[in-house]
Design a protein around this ligand. Structure first.
Ligand code: HEC
Ligand code: HEC
Ligand code: HEC
Ligand code: HEC
Length: 389
């Protein structure tokens, strides 16, 4: 199962997104759909980013999917019925498993303006109460909630309904190797970008006087030694070929002057706190000299070499402040000073001191999926800056 922001993960400010980026995202959404079909997924609960592309679009996608789109609390205002399937019962290993999907109603604002008039995200706890009732009536032994909401909302769900055994967490972007236990339930958070797979095995121990559920959870890091499936590899290659003209379209097309929304004055580019490494050079020459010799200074070139420099799944770790730098399609190339030292606006002129660099900062990029042999102390000696004179 998948807990959302899957199909349309990139650039959710779709109203301001250049056509090229929208086309690219649509191609990618199709790729995900087809590969999920191949992998035999059972269920997917859309996130707010998926919804922001329009409910009509999402319905079309659901018709092409061999897995269920589960969402119990998105209501069609006219019919008062859920737009997608609220739940699904699967018989696995002789156990009836009930799955249902929820999306936080905090995200009502993410609906497309047209959709706001026709659909509503209702109270997830209320929707859960109804669905759980039905799942119990239909004799589900194990109930799993696929949720796209924040941690406090997931806890609330687990605290309210002791019938829920597992809460599959979406929206929270972290990775938790162990389930978080709340009441009767375990909350499972399995990372992003397809880098990890959460695997839950469970079995029921039924005695005349009591039934107990035993479970075993592990996170599988999807490293390179898992070879590509030939059919998926074919789809990915097809995607690369189809998206090539979009990836390598002239960068100028995405510049603010040509962005129609900019011209209409409806979109203001946010001011970024990232200044770019060039701004540090005048005062910190020795550190700059040292940095230039590290692999960090050519991390973007690596993507260019791979022809992946517009791929949103690669950019976060091969550029600086990805997603927080102003302008669509703008990136600060390479792992620059501020990747480790944090955004520099205000330093030194407003007396802002930059925080010390620690292992945590490195692990944002040197994670087990992408940097399996990362060892902090010896790595640090290779890239740390020299002291100022
Ligand atoms: C924003 C993401 C990011 C952060 C933060 C980051 N790295 Fe890296 N690092 C990379 C990437 C990407 C590469 C590969 C560069 C390439 O060759 O394309 C790399 C390469 C390296 C290398 C091998 C290249 C060399 O020059 O020897 C070392 C060592 C390294 N990083 C250490 C660290 C340490 C230590 C930290 C924390 C203090 C850190 N990195 C923080 C992304 C990051
Ligand atoms: C989670 C952060 C992260 C993401 C996302 C990421 N990389 Fe990297 N990449 C790294 C780090 C860190 C290294 C340094 C390798 C190491 O530590 O073993 C690296 C190294 C590389 C290297 C080897 C560079 C060299 O010359 O040794 C290539 C090639 C590469 N990445 C390509 C990609 C591509 C293509 C994507 C997108 C599909 C991608 N990376 C996404 C963090 C990331
Ligand atoms: C891979 C992470 C990383 C990158 C990239 C990086 N630094 Fe550093 N820098 C460090 C670490 C680690 C230290 C040691 C001090 C600390 O732990 O905060 C340091 C220290 C410094 C210091 C303080 C030196 C002193 O006198 O103690 C300055 C100034 C500095 N860096 C500037 C820069 C500039 C400018 C760039 C970009 C050209 C840059 N750094 C890029 C990790 C990094
Ligand atoms: C106009 C000069 C100037 C510029 C530009 C500048 N710095 Fe500094 N930086 C300083 C001075 C001066 C100090 C020493 C401050 C102190 O000791 O109180 C310093 C200290 C630092 C330190 C040590 C920690 C601290 O805050 O005291 C780091 C790290 C650092 N600078 C990184 C950067 C980075 C990264 C940039 C670019 C985004 C940058 N600096 C731009 C002048 C500058």
């Amino acid at each position: 199962m998948d807990s959302g922001d899957l199909l349309y993960s990139a650039g959710h400010e779709i109203f301001g997104l250049p056509k090229r980026d929208r086309d690219l995202t649509a191609l990618k959404a199709n790729l995900f759909l087809q590969t999920y079909n191949l992998m035999g997924y059972d269920a997917f609960t859309p996130g707010e980013v998926d919804l922001s592309w329009g409910i009509a679009e999402l319905k079309k996608m659901s018709q092409k999917a061999k897995f269920a789109f589960l969402l119990a609390n998105l209501q069609d205002l006219k019919t008062k019925k859920p737009v997608f399937r609220p739940y699904l019962i699967k018989e696995k290993g002789g156990i009836r498993v009930g799955l249902f999907g929820l999306l936080s109603n905090r995200f009502s604002g993410s609906l497309d303006p047209h959709d706001k008039a026709a659909y509503r995200l209702t109270d997830p706890l209320e929707a859960a109460r109804q669905v759980i009732g039905e799942l119990k009536k239909k004799k589900s032994k194990v109930i799993i909630a696929i949720t796209h909401m924040d941690e406090s909302e997931q806890r609330k769900l687990a605290e309210t309904f002791r019938e829920v055994y597992f809460v599959v967490s979406g929206h929270e972007r972290g990775l938790k190797r162990q389930p978080v236990e709340v009441n009767n339930a375990q909350i499972l958070t399995a990372g992003t970008r397809g880098e990890y797979l959460g695997q839950m095995e469970f079995f029921l121990k039924e005695k005349p006087d009591e039934t107990r559920l035993l479970s075993n959870y592990q996170i599988i890091t999807l490293r390179d030694f898992y070879k590509d499936h030939p059919q998926t590899a074919k789809l990915v290659n097809q995607f690369r070929a189809d998206s090539k003209p979009l990836h390598f379209a002239e960068k100028k097309n995405g510049s603010p002057e040509k962005d129609p929304w900019m011209q209409k004055g409806t979109y203001a580019y946010p001011v970024s706190d990232y200044m770019g490494g060039a701004s540090c050079l005048s005062c910190h020459q020795p550190q700059h000299e040292n940095w230039k010799k590290t692999g960090h200074a050519k991390a973007y070139q690596t993507l260019v070499g791979e022809k992946r420099e517009r791929d949103h799944t690669c950019l976060p770790c091969h550029t600086t402040g990805f997603g927080e730098v102003s302008g669509f399609g703008d990136v600060l190339e390479n792992v620059q000073c501020e990747s480790c030292h944090g955004p520099g606006r205000g330093h030194p002129e407003d007396g802002k001191k930059l925080p010390p660099v620690g292992e945590k900062q490195c692990l944002l990029c040197h994670n087990p999926a992408k940097s399996p042999n990362f060892d902090y102390a010896p790595s640090l000696t290779k890239v740390r800056c020299p002291a100022s004179k």
